[in-house]
Ligand binder design. Structure first.
Ligand code: ZN
Length: 129
């Protein structure tokens, strides 16, 4: 299953403010929204990545509206930390198989950032071995 990353997200910025957090990642469907961090920093933190991938899995299990609805009810009843979706996501931070199930689908800008400036995309060898 593919997932995308959106940097400088308006929604992640709002969430960061509400949570009084310096950096923020949050998920809508199969897109991870980031604030005050970029995809490289985020992807280099396995626990953080797995946590958000667990939320992507929760969306796929319950559907977009289904997840948001249940998540909101949990948050109202139990707060953020005891919310069962957060409990599950925290446990998933140690699930090494999780990141193998999901594939990052970079956007054009993220793809360009991965290509060294002195080397054009067409120079990258297509065949191996
Ligand atoms: Zn979470």
């Amino acid at each position: 299953m593919n997932y995308r990353i959106r940097e400088n997200s308006f929604w992640a910025r709002l969430a960061a403010k509400k949570m009084k957090s310096d950096q923020m990642a949050m998920v809508f469907g199969r897109t991870i929204h980031l604030y005050n961090t970029d995809h490289r920093e985020f992807l280099s933190n396995p626990r953080w990545l797995r946590h958000e991938l667990a939320h992507i899995r929760q969306y796929s299990e319950l559907g977009f509206i289904g997840f948001l609805w249940r998540y909101s009810i949990e948050s109202i009843k139990k707060g953020y930390y005891q919310n069962r979706f957060e409990v599950e996501a925290r446990a998933a931070e140690y699930d090494h198989q999780l990141e193998e199930t999901y594939t990052f689908q970079p956007n054009r800008k993220q793809l360009m950032a991965a290509t060294p400036p002195n080397r054009r995309q067409t120079d990258v060898p297509v065949h191996r071995g």
